[in-house]
Design a protein around this ligand. Structure first.
Ligand code: NAD
Length: 256
């Protein structure tokens, strides 16, 4: 077998992009690690290492012990509030501005695609822009809610009904994905002829079903990830590397 260099793989990806008619990106936590936000499954990231996800990061856990949820999400929320887009996000935005990327499906809650300039985004797992009372459903800006918690450590409560606890608008285990976002993402996966998957272990369903849906309807798949994924064998191009390093190379080749 002829081994292909990273440059060959970057070139092949650029060729696929140039020839595509409906190109979409699908991103996960790995695109944001170089903005200082740890992912969930890389070794040493630590976000899952000391906890039982079902106990703290599920809707049942949240209702039972919201304080444990807030304590767990505290370092992540802090990092997300400070984070800026890295060259990986910037290149995904650049590809949208250049007219290549039609939409971005992201599993991330960090809003960095929006900050980088993408405008057509499906946030499958929610976001940290807002928080909602689990009793009366009054919605609040998340930033002041989280900032207050980071300062005083008190679980945020609703000032409207005075009863409910505020939950950031992120999807926890046991919750349905937002219907409109999932529908838009599935439509995009069916419509695309090229899907670029960046920084996802592809282990979280139903999001991880989207590349399979795209493949089934005839799309090419490019996977850019530090480590192997379960779908590498289905991909037309697999690049093992850092998103913030490889995506600028891909855009450079597209511009040529
Ligand atoms: P994951 O943690 O399961 O997998 C991340 C993958 O990215 C890993 O396979 C890792 O090898 C790879 N990776 C890490 N750094 C990379 C880099 N610089 N360049 C390329 N690849 C890199 O992430 P997931 O598949 O998105 O699933 C995790 C779930 O956790 C999602 O539901 C997401 O909502 C949530 N999450 C979000 C954030 C965020 O918003 N930034 C952070 C942590 C977790």
């Amino acid at each position: 077998m002829i081994s292909r260099t990273t440059y060959d793989l970057v070139r092949s990806t650029a060729d696929l992009i140039i020839r595509s008619e409906h190109f979409i990106a699908f991103t996960g936590a790995g695109i944001s690690t170089e903005s200082g936000i740890p992912d969930f499954r890389s070794a040493h990231s630590g976000l899952w290492s000391h906890i039982d996800p079902m106990a703290v990061a599920s809707i049942y856990g949240f209702r039972k012990n919201p304080k444990a949820f807030y304590e767990w999400i505290k370092p992540l929320a802090h990092k997300i509030m400070e984070a800026r887009p890295n060259p990986g996000h910037e290149m995904i935005a650049e590809l949208e501005r250049m007219g290549y990327i039609k939409s971005v499906i992201t599993q991330n809650i960090d809003m960095l695609h929006w900050k980088a300039g993408n405008r057509n985004i499906s946030e499958l797992h929610g976001h940290l822009r807002s928080a909602t009372c689990i009793n009366c459903f009054q919605q609040y800006d998340a930033a002041p809610v989280l900032e207050k918690f980071l300062t005083d450590g008190e679980v945020p409560r609703c000032t409207n009904c005075q009863e409910g606890i505020l939950k950031p608008d992120v999807i926890l285990f046991g919750e349905q994905l937002p219907y409109k976002e999932l529908q838009a993402a599935q439509d995009a996966a069916r419509a695309c002829d090229l899907m670029l998957i960046v920084g996802s272990s592809l282990e979280v369903a139903p999001a991880s079903d989207l590349p399979i849906l795209a493949k089934k309807t005839g799309a090419r798949l490019v996977i850019l990830n530090l480590e192997r994924t379960n779908l590498d064998f289905e991909a037309d191009v697999v690049i093992h590397g850092r998103a913030a390093q490889i995506l600028p190379q891909i855009v450079r080749e597209v511009r040529k």
